[in-house]
Write a protein that binds this ligand. Structure first.
Ligand SMILES: [Zn+2]
Length: 155
């Protein structure tokens, strides 16, 4: 057995398009991706770009302020694009311990309204796939809302 640890899948460089996500927009210290599972329309992941950080407690106050601003910005963009009834924010890191959030629009018509999206057995979570065109259109609409609401920070 090798002692080499597995590389972190959320550390950069990350693909813009993978089985897990599609790039929406690069923000000031994080990147927003549309999740491939669209059971909750507009479900995105916001992934911290400032290196391998495993939790908020490891950020400086300045970096926390930046990532909080990105989170707020992403939430507003998704909310404007998808008009959900509610929004959930989850930063768990149990599967991949690299600071990231799931931003999950919730709808009164969704399969787990009134409860967390996560099931005890992850295999029981509903999975909804879109066509490539539907993924692209939704990612572009959220991207448009991101750009409407911000002067992009220089990268
Ligand atoms: Zn990492």
């Amino acid at each position: 057995m090798s002692g080499t640890p597995e590389p972190c899948p959320l550390c950069q460089p990350r693909p813009d398009d993978s089985d897990h996500w599609i790039l929406v927009a690069k923000l000031s210290v994080s990147t927003l991706y549309l999740d491939r599972n669209q059971t909750y329309r507009g479900h995105c992941q916001l992934i911290y770009d400032g290196g391998h950080v495993e939790g908020l407690e490891h950020l400086s106050r300045d970096d926390f302020a930046r990532v909080a601003d990105d989170l707020h910005h992403a939430a507003r963009a998704i909310s404007h694009a998808c008009l959900p009834d509610h929004m959930n924010y989850a930063s768990l890191g149990n599967v991949v311990p690299h600071l990231h959030w799931h931003l999950v629009p919730r709808y009164k018509s969704d399969p787990r309204w009134g409860a967390p999206i996560y099931t005890s057995d992850l295999a029981e979570m509903p999975v909804t796939r879109l066509s490539n065109g539907q993924y692209r259109d939704l990612a572009q609409e959220i991207h448009r809302q991101v750009m409407t609401g911000m002067s992009p920070a220089p990268r």
